[in-house]
Design a protein around this ligand. Structure first.
Ligand SMILES: Cc1cc2nc3c(=O)[nH]c(=O)nc-3n(C[C@H](O)[C@H](O)[C@H](O)COP(=O)(O)OP(=O)(O)OC[C@H]3O[C@@H](n4cnc5c(N)ncnc54)[C@H](O)[C@@H]3O)c2cc1C
Length: 422
């Protein structure tokens, strides 16, 4: 069986490595001249770190990633709402890792090309069309730099080409544009004093604005003298009329944010200083799409953001892409008919991923902050004199159950590894 994967993002590369490991011949085509991952951090929750562990990457990632111990939720005046243990600290068999995106993507790339060879990844190859004939699919490519046209034939074509997937566009030509959430995520990374236990994620805010910060890399910690590389994301509401598509990944002045978050100066972390010390701040308007009932048409299927773009409110988009990739490789390895493999993959993943898309629109960390904001204490009052803590805990529990990321669910989930290695 020969498979073509379009897109060398986290989803495409995890699929490529997973397939190559089970003996499926893969070729990856990437529109860009190289993989140019964002320099920001990424959180990989235990359902995703399990899959990367089963791919054999556990010790490599443990050497560079931070094992997050807990997520601590705070009000805008710095009162602790709740602490939610994470990963192995919560009883999962796998960690909650935070690391740099570039490190993860490069690791996947190295592992894949070590197995499949450098020629198995083609850069400057932008998919322009695909045609299904008989028992084959032919993909057509354009080299954006030279204008050269090329093509490749295979048994299957996988669209791991992200939010603006051209494969999805061909499958659903009348689909509307991605749906703007009304929020922009502003992101930065900087060296800052360690906060809390040095391996925690903090979520601060109310209904109008939120900020998440966490340490992202174990590398060079010893040289940083009590400081760490801290990744932060601020979510602010911005009207659609102020947006254009070119606003994605655009550099902005941190001063804009510093005004908004000027009072978030607490004895455990100084947010204005964190923003001030950040050299470059980028904005990411947040989009998703309404879920579809079908990802597979004949010999072509979708994976990751191409299949189910979701809001990043629960650190789950890349995790779901990783699960897709693993489920797809597993299904193909177990079926002698490639199309039956695609059917099994879609059966396994479509409902589950679509549930997370919907839940990410209104649940998760934002709900915790929202409930706490409704019980916002008056001056000199203590939040927990009024806050119904059980309700807040239930909100988190409900989301985890829906997204299938509760401790028992993840620990008892059957493996996508043929040999069940861990
Ligand atoms: C602010 C923010 C924070 C996030 N934080 C987290 C987090 O902590 N944890 C988490 O799990 N998720 C997180 N996510 C979500 C996560 O980033 C995405 O879900 C994930 O990167 C999707 O991976 P992918 O491989 O499906 O797509 P992408 O990463 O978009 O990769 C698609 C690839 O396809 C290529 N491509 C596109 N079109 C073509 C074409 N025509 N031909 C060839 N190649 C093409 C692109 O160049 C790209 O390399 C976050 C998202 C945002 C916006």
């Amino acid at each position: 069986m020969k498979v073509i994967i379009i897109g060398a993002g986290i989803g495409g590369l995890t699929a490529a490595l997973s397939m190559q490991q089970v003996g499926i011949k893969v070729k990856v085509f990437e529109a860009q001249p190289s993989i140019c991952p964002l320099e920001f951090g990424i959180n990989l929750l235990p359902h995703a770190s399990r899959e990367l562990s089963e791919l054999g990457l556990k010790s490599a990632i443990d050497d560079i990633a931070i094992r997050i111990s807990a997520t601590h939720y705070y009000t805008t005046n710095g009162q602790l709402i709740l602490s939610d243990p994470c990963g192995t600290f919560a009883g999962y068999r796998w960690p909650h890792w935070s690391m740099r995106r570039s490190t993860l993507q490069n690791l996947l790339l190295e592992e894949f090309t070590a197995l499949a060879g450098d020629k198995a990844l083609v850069y400057d190859a932008k998919l322009s069309n695909f045609v299904q004939t008989g028992n084959k699919v032919t993909a057509h490519f354009l080299n954006p730099a030279t204008g050269k046209i090329d093509k490749e034939e295979a048994d299957l074509l996988i669209g791991a080409d992200g939010l603006h997937s051209s494969i999805r566009k061909k499958m659903f030509p009348r689909e509307e544009k991605p749906r703007y959430s009304g929020k922009i995520a502003y992101r930065g990374i900087t060296i800052a004093p360690q906060f809390l236990d040095g391996q925690s994620m903090a979520v601060i805010g109310d209904t109008a604005q939120q900020l998440i910060c966490y340490p992202t890399s174990k590398q060079q910690l010893e040289k940083l003298n009590g400081k760490s590389l801290v990744d932060w994301i601020a979510f602010l509401s911005v009207d659609q009329s102020q947006l254009s598509t070119s606003d994605w990944n655009k550099e902005i002045s941190p001063a804009q944010l510093e005004n908004n978050l000027a009072s978030w100066q607490f004895n455990w972390v100084d947010i204005p200083q964190l923003l001030h010390s950040t050299a470059k701040v980028y904005q990411f308007p947040l989009y998703d799409r309404d879920p579809h009932r079908q990802w597979t048409f004949g010999r072509v299927t979708l994976l990751g953001d191409a299949a189910h773009p979701m809001l990043p409110t629960n650190s789950n988009g890349a995790a779901q892409a990783i699960l897709d990739a693993r489920a797809l490789a597993y299904a193909l390895a177990r079926c002698s008919d490639p199309m039956a493999g695609l059917e099994d993959y879609e059966m396994d993943r479509l409902e589950a991923a679509n549930r997370v898309v919907k839940a990410s629109r209104k649940e998760g960390f934002g709900r915790v902050l929202e409930i706490a904001a409704n019980y916002s204490p008056k001056e000199n009052e203590y939040l927990h004199d009024h806050l119904p803590l059980k309700e807040v805990q239930q909100v988190l529990m409900d989301f985890k159950n829906k997204a299938h990321i509760g401790v028992e669910q993840v620990n008892s989930q059957s493996s996508y590894s043929l040999d069940h290695q861990q």
